[in-house]
Design a protein around this ligand. Structure first.
Ligand SMILES: [Zn+2]
Length: 858
């Protein structure tokens, strides 16, 4: 009979069923359309051969969610004739040379319209031809499967004492476990494994593996490498054992050569079948894996780089149909061999998601980091998504797909997608330590099926937990066959996953129009455009404003290293060492708040604001005659020369140490020798930790400190401890005001009672953000400062008539309250005198001579 008739017949029957089903649904039929069938249900269906025939010939996969019972909708018309074909077993597929080894499929439509399949595999169906209007758009092409039991012959040569537990993780059973799972799931037919009933066209279409030829393998590998693998056949067991031990993560066997050729040949055939349209997509269950194998050496259980060889063959054999190929590698390891193969090829896009751990995870080194993007004409066509840690979940993988992989694939627009499908990121794989679920793999597959008109070949790479790889491969294959992916339960990507993906996105934004925001070449910026990091610019601006308004100038700090971040870090009013209250504020840099451009995500200066809440405190303090030292604790200490691209905020611990170092230095050189009437320390954020360190380690500083004011949002609370002073906690409680964010863990009712006192006098803020907390607390803080300095103020008022002439800065403070202009240098502060040029009196020892006036200010 004619192919065309049969094709149409399937359409009509589905339509007939659909109508019947719709009718029954309306009538409340018992027909169930529900979750995928359990195996038992499958068996039940398989046992009922009459029903099965009706179902099969309607192109409805029993696993598609339809339970067919004896009350199934009648199929009309149903003049069925079904020839029972001979079912193939895995052993029957053998080498068939370099021509397409695909067996003939009764459903090959466009490409093989005129070919007559052998009778043995025909499923003959005759039904009436429906009218065109009733035709449903669907593909009758099946998904292909490559599996060949001979690929199990490559095994590790082990001593007899070795137990099964010592099996090498690249265990020959891996492919069989997957194959069994596909058969048990009703996706593949194998009578030896218990498949019942006749073989039919709802099963995976079997594509025979074959030996790859030398010419094919050498499209990527060197001839020397081919010869070496070939030579393994003639080596003794001892030689194989010893040679294997000397190599990078491989074991050798006499059958290694034939298995590796079969794996490569199977991959080639899977890809060819997809490209030629014999199957709609394909899964190749093969081993040994390939993605670590490099041009001239094996590595990581791999000998021939199956995927790279197949991609090269497709490029060569189908120059028109396969102009561009995308290879997605979701094995938990970086596919160094595949990246090497196409590093300079703009027609093959390689995208790999892998655990990298800063180059410490196999295959190690920087080759798999996000900065390796290809070279020459291939630049931008290698995309590495290198997880910085284990433990990645479905949500991380899907986030990477949504943010980077899918946009890039759509823009690249390949003709073929090949998946290097290791399942060692799967939940349960100890080597990978990640948590991708079967439905996570199904979702990734589903997304990739929207690319390249669905031409996708999934090729097994690693994966070492036999259960995990089987269930993952089953989920992927079901999806390839058309079943929607199951739900996923993990939907929030981890912080580390988001960071990695955003870094990749930023780097790749140079090469892909679809990715924003566009990466900046910070090296170019710094070398050619005189760019500076904004935090340095803002601090320089603050220094100028603080000089203009309060005559604050930089205190010289001797340091081991130099960094722009230390410039203007410590600013002081000129009267900081006089007999008056001193407020030292250790604070974070200002917040930059911006509204990026809606389309480009670019942050423009006119839409960006810089906060400066500590300045309000400086204003108040100087207005009230206080001296002020303002210390900016940078989020990141800029390194000269080696400071490119994105930089993380330094850790709280680093910033705490930096603050302690600074606080101790200031204390020893600029505060302890002074005659200040009162000293208040104010710590904002991580700087607070450094202040507590100072109090804990400096036995005498509390003699001079009047009070400690702290603002804590998400830092841990610290208690003050001194080995020799039991009363320090009590002192701290009496001399502190600790504002803690509303949602801080310390307010947890279970912990509150016992912990309160040693952390100082805690005040619960009604905010969580430091800036808002600072603003909210200003009345309380200024009232506290006023009350604590009452004695000094009374003393000043007694001295006032005389002192006013002698103390111009005090006069300045009074003038300010009277509303005189304060922002014009040289005219503010009563006397209007210019700032002294490096002539502050610095009391005692080494501190003398450390003072300088910043040249920019002076
Ligand atoms: Zn792997």
């Amino acid at each position: 009979m004619k192919k065309v008739r049969k094709r149409v017949s399937k359409l009509s029957m589905v339509t007939a069923w659909q109508k019947s089903h719709d009718r029954k649904s309306r009538l409340g039929s018992k027909t169930k359309v529900g979750p995928p069938m359990m195996e038992e249900e499958m068996d039940q269906v398989m046992a009922d051969s009459n029903v099965m025939e009706s179902t099969e010939t309607n192109g409805i996969n029993p696993s598609d969610g339809l339970t067919v019972g004896h009350d199934s909708p009648p199929i009309q018309p149903s003049p069925l004739k079904t020839a029972v074909p001979r079912e193939p077993t895995p052993l029957e597929f053998s080498s068939s040379g370099s021509t397409s080894a695909i067996s003939h499929d009764p459903d090959m439509l466009e490409d093989v319209e005129e070919e007559q399949p052998p009778l043995a595999q025909q499923v003959q169906v005759v039904v009436e031809k429906p009218s065109k209007a009733e035709a449903l758009p669907y593909t009758s092409r099946r998904s292909g499967l490559v599996y060949d039991v001979r690929m199990r012959l490559h095994v590790e040569i082990i001593s007899r004492q070795q137990m099964e537990d010592d099996m090498h993780p690249e265990d020959p059973r891996r492919i069989f476990e997957i194959y069994k799972e596909l058969v048990a799931g009703g996706l593949a037919y194998d009578r030896l494994l218990g498949s019942e009933g006749p073989i039919s066209d709802h099963y995976l279409y079997r594509i025979a593996a074959r030996f790859a030829t030398k010419e094919e393998v050498c499209l990527f590998h060197t001839e020397e490498h081919w010869n070496w693998v070939e030579g393994l056949q003639k080596k003794t067991d001892l030689e194989l054992f010893e040679d294997g031990m000397a190599m990078d993560s491989v074991y050798l066997h006499h059958e290694t050569f034939s298995c590796a050729r079969l794996a490569a040949g199977g991959t080639i055939e899977a890809c060819r079948a997809v490209v030629q349209g014999h199957v709609k997509n394909a899964v190749a269950v093969i081993r040994p894996p390939g993605h670590h194998a490099e041009r001239c050496q094996p590595a990581g259980f791999c000998f021939f780089n199956n995927v790279s060889i197949a991609a090269r063959v497709c490029q060569q054999d189908f120059p028109e149909k396969c102009r561009k190929i995308a290879i997605i590698d979701w094995d938990v390891h970086h596919g160094n061999g595949v990246q090497q193969a196409f590093y300079d090829d703009p027609n093959v896009l390689y995208i790999s998601l892998h655990v990298h751990k800063n180059g410490t995870f196999y295959p190690s080194g920087p080759y798999g980091n996000h900065l390796h993007c290809g070279e020459g004409p291939g630049v931008g066509f290698s995309v590495n998504i290198p997880w910085s840690t284990h433990g990645m979940t479905d949500a991380d993988y899907l986030y990477a797909f949504q943010q980077v992989i899918m946009p890039v694939l759509v823009e690249f627009n390949p003709d073929l997608v090949i998946v290097s499908s290791g399942f060692d990121a799967a939940e349960g794989d100890k080597l990978g330590g990640c948590h991708v679920s079967p439905s996570g793999y199904a979702h990734m597959t589903h997304m990739l099926m929207s690319i390249a008109k669905g031409k996708i070949a999934v090729v097994l790479e690693g994966g070492y937990n036999l259960r995990s790889i089987a269930t993952s491969a089953l989920a992927v294959t079901r999806t390839l066959m058309g079943e929607p992916p199951d739900r996923i339960t993990t939907t929030d990507p981890t912080a580390s996953g988001v960071k990695t993906v955003q870094l990749v996105k930023n780097t790749q934004s140079r090469y892909w129009k679809c990715l924003y925001p566009k990466d900046i070449h910070s090296k170019d910026l710094m070398e050619n455009f005189g760019a500076q990091r904004m935090h340095d610019v803002v601090r320089a601006y603050q220094a100028k404003m603080l000089y203009d308004e309060f005559r604050m100038m930089e205190l010289m700090i001797i340091r081991d290293r130099l960094s722009p971040s230390f410039k203007h870090q410590v600013l002081a009013t000129e009267n900081f060492d006089s007999e008056r209250p001193l407020l030292i504020i250790f604070h974070d840099p200002p917040d930059a708040l911006g509204i990026p451009h809606p389309a480009s995500n670019k942050l423009e200066l006119h839409n960006t604001w810089v906060t400066d809440v500590p300045k309000l405190y400086i204003q108040w303090a100087t207005d009230h005659g206080f001296a002020v030292i303002d210390v900016n604790v940078p989020y990141h200490v800029t390194e000269d020369g080696n400071d490119q691209g994105y930089m993380d905020t330094d850790s709280d611990e680093d910033r705490r140490l930096a603050t302690r170092e600074m606080a101790t230095y200031l204390w020893d050189n600029y505060v302890a020798p002074n005659e200040n009437s009162h000293v208040f320390l104010m710590g904002v954020g991580a700087a607070y930790l450094g202040i507590l360190d100072l109090i804990s380690t400096n036995e005498t500083c509390t003699d001079q400190i009047t009070g400690v004011i702290s603002f804590i949002s998400n830092q841990a609370l610290l208690s003050v401890r001194r080995p020799t002073d039991d009363n320090i906690a009590t002192w701290y409680w009496h001399h502190s005001l600790v504002f803690v964010a509303q949602d801080h863990a310390v307010w947890d009712p279970d912990r509150q009672r016992k912990q309160r006192k040693k952390y100082g006098k805690l005040v619960r803020s009604s905010n969580n953000h430091l800036n808002e907390m600072l603003g909210e607390a200003s009345d309380q803080v200024t009232q506290y400062l006023t009350e604590e300095t009452e004695d000094w103020r009374e003393e000043q008022e007694r001295k006032q008539p005389k002192k006013r002439k002698l103390d111009p800065s005090m006069a300045g403070a009074i003038d300010l309250r009277e509303g005189r202009a304060s922002s014009v240098p040289g005219t503010s502060r009563g006397s209007g005198r210019l700032p002294p040029l490096g002539t502050f009196t610095v009391p005692a020892g080494e501190a003398a001579g450390l003072m300088r006036v910043s040249p920019k200010q002076g």
